[in-house]
Ligand binder design. Structure first.
Ligand SMILES: Cc1cc2nc3c(=O)[nH]c(=O)nc-3n(C[C@H](O)[C@H](O)[C@H](O)COP(=O)(O)OP(=O)(O)OC[C@H]3O[C@@H](n4cnc5c(N)ncnc54)[C@H](O)[C@@H]3O)c2cc1C
Ligand SMILES: NC(=O)c1ccc[n+]([C@@H]2O[C@H](COP(=O)([O-])OP(=O)(O)OC[C@H]3O[C@@H](n4cnc5c(N)ncnc54)[C@H](OP(=O)(O)O)[C@@H]3O)[C@@H](O)[C@H]2O)c1
Length: 402
């Protein structure tokens, strides 16, 4: 298994049910569980606690965690095949997409994934990556990650007291200067990607007023007039907020719709974000209306989804950012590659909650098990050889539980 996020761990769980199957779960990081550890917002302890059930899988005697092993860097695909009859690639797609507009590279303009990685204490995120001196922050995108980052920016020190945070993050959040957070959707409320429970939570932030312009809630009705139930429920929540009067709380979260980013403004650093008003044409195409505005902001977070990266030696669909596959079997030039499988975000793209990866991993494991009788056997069968080889070349392996 390459990757110990939910997809890799659920696949290991499904495989471990088969007698005589030994599974190694390799991860480039020292600690397992991927975005459950380094993505899920720290103020969601219930979801974080899913790590405890993932932990049980790693404690199964048929499963071994090998941390600190970057596949494609510390270990090549050819080497993997020397040691394993089959390999499931479940290495996720944890790189945040950028806006791709002028000024996006100015200091103060980040992918939201950088902020997430920092507040979750990801080992790749520099401790001093964020100072939070901005008074106004523009968060582009209206998905669940945008809600997470907006909440983390808007909560008070007191609201974060019970939250498990790295010390350096707590210190910076305690001095967070932000007053306004602007969540900016390029389409309408019915097209927003967030889920209602998560949206409601934004209104429960005691330290912030949520401000919605009722005019921006109009439009975007599907031709049939029947929006998906989740979109309807979201709209109900937003309408209720639009009717509320601000309570004068220390921070404000402005939820905006029908604005697309044109340019990150600034000379030495971010000073604002130019936006253009949009509308949906009857055929569903989004167009700019030519009307523009500028949101003052000293920090811009692009929360516009994630993308997968290719792994050396593995086929890759660069348009979709996934490893091409059929039911989890890796495809090279349209042909199934024997013994290679994918699961999770790198299989289907960066959408879906943790539980989605369980079904997805099971489908992959089913394909693997039905192929197993015909797969060539790996030449090296001693599980002690790979760790010894890695140690010899200076790879510092970690185990889990540590
Ligand atoms: C910010 C954020 C918050 C989220 N919050 C929630 C939530 O609250 N609730 C919910 O249900 N879902 C949430 N999700 C969605 C959920 O996290 C994903 O569905 C899930 O993590 C995807 O699982 P995965 O195993 O495919 O990828 P990941 O979780 O990304 O795991 C991939 C693993 O592969 C490892 N890896 C990467 N490259 C290599 C390599 N070359 N060699 C070895 N290992 C490698 C990584 O270190 C990582 O451990 C959130 C997603 C994000 C981005
Ligand atoms: N609590 C939870 O359950 C939880 C928490 C976090 C994440 N997750 C899951 O993790 C997955 C990833 O979440 P996500 O929020 O990163 O992605 P997402 O749900 O795909 O949302 C991305 C947002 O970015 C917008 N966008 C994309 N490109 C844009 C551009 N160029 N300019 C302006 N806006 C742009 C999208 O708008 P369009 O729709 O117009 O493209 C959309 O609003 C989702 O499945 C999510 O549900 C779940």
């Amino acid at each position: 298994m390459v990757g110990s996020g939910p997809a890799g761990i659920y696949a290991a769980e499904a495989l471990a049910r088969n007698p005589d199957t030994m599974i190694d779960v390799l991860d480039r990081l020292e600690q397992p569980f991927g975005l459950v550890r380094y993505g899920v917002a720290p103020d969601h302890p219930k979801i974080k606690s899913i790590a405890a059930s993932l932990q049980q899988v790693v404690e199964d005697p048929a499963v071994r965690f090998l941390g600190g092993v970057g596949v494609g860097t510390a270990l090549t695909l050819t080497e993997l095949h020397r040691h394993y009859d089959a390999v499931i690639f479940a290495y996720g797609s944890a790189v945040g997409r950028r806006l791709g507009v002028p000024g996006d590279d100015l200091p103060g303009s980040f992918a939201a994934s950088d902020f997430v990685a920092w507040y979750c204490g990801h080992p790749d995120a520099p401790i001093d990556a964020f100072t939070l001196a901005a008074r106004s922050v523009a968060v582009v995108g209206v998905g669940n990650v945008a809600l997470d980052v907006a909440r983390m920016l808007a909560k008070s020190d007191a609201e974060l007291r019970e939250v498990d945070l790295p010390d350096h993050v707590r210190r910076v959040l305690a001095a967070n200067a932000v007053e306004d957070v602007h969540l900016i959707g390029r389409r309408g409320p019915l097209q927003a990607r967030f889920t209602t429970k998560e949206l409601r939570e934004l209104g429960e932030v005691a330290n912030a007023d949520v401000i919605v312009d009722p005019d921006e809630l109009k439009g975007g009705e599907p031709d049939t007039g029947e929006a998906a139930p989740v979109a309807r429920r979201n709209l109900d929540v937003l309408r209720e907020w639009a009717e509320r009067s601000p309570q004068g709380r220390p921070r404000r979260i402005h939820v905006r719709f029908w604005w697309q980013p044109l340019k990150v403004v600034g000379t030495a650093a971010v000073a604002g974000l130019d936006l253009e008003r949009t509308r949906l044409e009857p055929d569903g195409v989004l167009t700019g209306t030519g009307e523009t505005t500028t949101v003052e902001a000293q920090m811009v977070l692009a929360s516009v989804g994630y993308r997968g990266l290719p792994l050396p030696g593995l086929p890759f669909d660069s348009e979709r950012g996934v490893v091409p596959n059929i039911d989890g079997r890796v495809l090279r030039d349209g042909q199934v590659v024997p013994g290679e499988y994918v699961a999770g975000w790198i299989k289907r793209g960066p959408t879906g909650i943790i539980g989605t990866n369980k079904r997805d991993a099971r489908e992959t494991v089913q394909a693997l098990l039905s192929d197993a009788p015909t797969l060539p056997r790996a030449p090296v069968r001693d599980p002690g050889v790979l760790p010894a080889e890695l140690a010899e070349r200076g790879v510092r392996l970690t185990s889990w539980p540590a």
